[in-house]
Design a protein around this ligand. Structure first.
Ligand code: FO1
Length: 321
């Protein structure tokens, strides 16, 4: 069993690569729920949905989130009413949130509903939300943020939800702190610790270490379970030549006192993973990564095509070309 610790887009591509080289029933992922939100009375799980839609071949290729062939009639109506429309929910995507919310109200747990949604998309990979409990990533602003067309002005020191930072403010405002509300009381969802224990390889996807992987590890028991598998754990750097391919990982690293480089990633992951995969563009840093106590593998890590994703997956599972 190959178990991947997963955020959104980078993890989805990593899993799509793994699906090409590993039988699907040997793949599982423990997925971040810190980005989740309740909006319009609906439970929205962006990372779970990004992974599901990507693996089903139904992701919107332009955005990396939401569904392909989407229409936006409901959003247009929300705009007409002056409702909340900054978080874009397409008409097809809304069907997922309606189904999930109704099933949760009926008493089903998120793990079960996630499996039902994955099965309906024809997927046999096991997607596990890290916890059933409310765990929400919260971000403190380091500077005043003036009002925008869709967002009220906020002063430095204000704490906002992850999606208010990421989507409403386009992750453009500097951040002084990140915390995972509810993490201390959260319990790992059924099967999470067992999946980590039973994995032949644990993969830390090329997801943002501070807001995608950290909330997964913040659920009591998960970090220790991964540390216990350190020898079999391999991380892929989301930072290439000092920048993130997508999202604010490089800026967040700097703002929160970490080095935005593969060496900074090694420092964050070295207690968890024995091996770090870095991109060829960072080959010169391999010795510095090893000096942090990790084995370093240099490989092409940009998963811009299915072939490249499969090639990276082969590296991750230890098949050398
Ligand atoms: N990201 C955006 O940049 N703008 C959006 O309007 C937006 C809507 C959205 C709706 C459903 C969903 O599952 C994801 C959505 N995302 C959107 C992406 C998402 O919020 C972030 O990329 C992740 O949370 C970061 O991993």
């Amino acid at each position: 069993m190959i178990l991947t610790l997963a955020g959104g887009v980078g993890a989805a591509r990593m899993l799509a690569g793994l699906m090409q080289v590993v039988p699907h029933d040997r793949l599982s992922a423990v997925v971040n729920v810190g980005d989740d939100l309740e909006l319009h009375g609906l439970r929205i799980c962006p990372d779970l949905d990004t992974i599901t839609y990507t693996l089903a071949g139904a992701i919107n290729p332009e955005t990396g989130w939401g569904l392909v062939d989407e229409t936006w009639q409901a959003r247009t109506m929300l705009e007409q009413y002056g409702g909340i429309s900054w978080f874009g929910l397409g008409d097809r995507d809304l069907g997922t949130h309606l189904y999930r919310t109704q099933r949760l109200r009926e008493g089903a747990d998120l793990t079960t509903v996630t499996a039902e949604i994955a099965r309906a998309w024809g997927l046999s990979i096991r997607l596990l939300p890290v916890t059933e409990d409310a765990l929400r990533t919260r971000v403190t602003l380091a500077a005043d943020d003036p009002a925008g067309p869709d967002s009220p002005g906020l002063s430095a020191g204000t704490e906002i939800s992850f999606q208010e930072y990421f989507v409403q403010r386009h992750h453009s405002v500097p951040v002084s702190a990140v915390r995972f509300a509810g993490a201390e009381e959260a319990r790992p969802a059924a099967g999470v610790l067992e999946a980590i224990d039973a994995a032949t390889t644990v993969v830390i996807a090329p997801s943002n270490p501070l807001v995608s992987i950290a909330p997964v590890l913040a659920v009591p028991g998960v970090r220790d379970a991964v540390i216990a598998r350190r020898e079999e754990t391999i991380a892929v750097s989301p930072i290439i030549a000092g920048t993130a391919l997508k999202g604010p990982a490089d800026r967040l690293l700097r703002e929160l006192g970490h080095e935005p480089s593969v060496v900074g990633i090694a420092r964050l992951h070295r207690d968890l993973a024995a091996t770090l995969v870095i991109d060829e563009a960072d080959a010169d840093s391999a010795a510095a990564v090893e000096a942090e106590g990790m084995r370093c593998v240099v490989a092409p890590t940009i998963m811009s095509t299915p072939e490249r994703a499969a090639a990276l997956a082969r590296v991750v599972i230890g098949e050398r070309p």
